[in-house]
Design a protein around this ligand. Structure first.
Ligand code: AP5
Length: 190
């Protein structure tokens, strides 16, 4: 099993590149953002709770997202591996993920971080906001999401860096160039 964390700030291209990776490497994609938006659409208890945080650009509580990940791993025991997109976002989530995978005799193989300057992130998300319909793609909430990333999520990079599993990639080239860099990295670790 090959397990990859696709890491980076809001707008760095995690979702875009996950689509490319799935096609080439046949991994199962788990995006906590997509899962939460699905819960909101279905107006579940979890979705109603999560929406309050998401609309404010804040992270949803660890126990909610960790539970969702556990369910997805259990539901896909025969997967060749997983791409974790937007998870883990706190050190507590990283520890929980490592424990979940360990209980299945598996582990994270590499974390690939998409490095994109902040003005480029903001520009991308504002542009996407013109058509995405996402309630968090507006200037004030984008700023809060980036602050939340700096305060709570950047520590996850250090956590995997200590395990020699961190690889940073230039994320502000065009989409194909970024995918080539990602593929070259995956090919080294797979
Ligand atoms: P989530 O859905 O994960 O959003 P995010 O991390 O803010 O990421 P985005 O989807 O905005 O960006 P992305 O990096 O995927 O970039 P994309 O490919 O879309 O999370 C939303 C919220 O849910 C969080 O704020 C939080 O509240 C909650 N949440 C989710 N997970 C959680 C967790 N684990 N714990 C707690 N809370 C959680 O690209 C962005 C745009 O740029 C697109 O328009 C794209 O076309 C464009 N683009 C991409 N690559 C390029 C390129 N190379 N060149 C030019 N344009 C590009």
């Amino acid at each position: 099993m090959f397990n990859l964390i696709l890491f980076g700030p809001p707008g760095s291209g995690k979702g875009t590149q996950s689509s490319n990776i799935i096609k080439k490497y046949n991994l199962y994609h788990i995006s906590t953002g997509d899962l939460l938006r699905e819960e909101i659409l279905n107006q579940t208890k979890l979705g109603i709770e999560a929406k309050k945080f998401m609309d404010e650009g804040q992270l949803v509580t660890d126990d909610l997202v960790i539970g969702m990940i556990g369910n997805k791993l259990d539901a896909n025991p025969d997967s060749k591996g997983f791409i974790f997109d937007g998870f883990p976002r706190t050190t507590a989530q990283a520890v929980a993920l490592d424990n979940l995978l360990k209980s299945k005799g598996s582990k994270i193989n590499v974390l690939i971080s998409l490095e994109v300057p902040e003005p480029v992130l903001k520009q991308r998300l504002l542009e996407r906001g013109l058509s995405s319909g996402r309630s968090d793609d507006n200037e004030a909430t984008i700023d809060k999401r980036i602050t939340e990333y700096k305060n709570k999520t950047e520590a996850v990079a250090a956590y995997y860096g200590d395990k020699n599993l961190y690889v940073g990639i230039k994320g502000d080239d065009n989409i194909d160039q970024v995918f080539t860099s990602i593929s070259n990295t995956i090919d080294k670790y797979i």
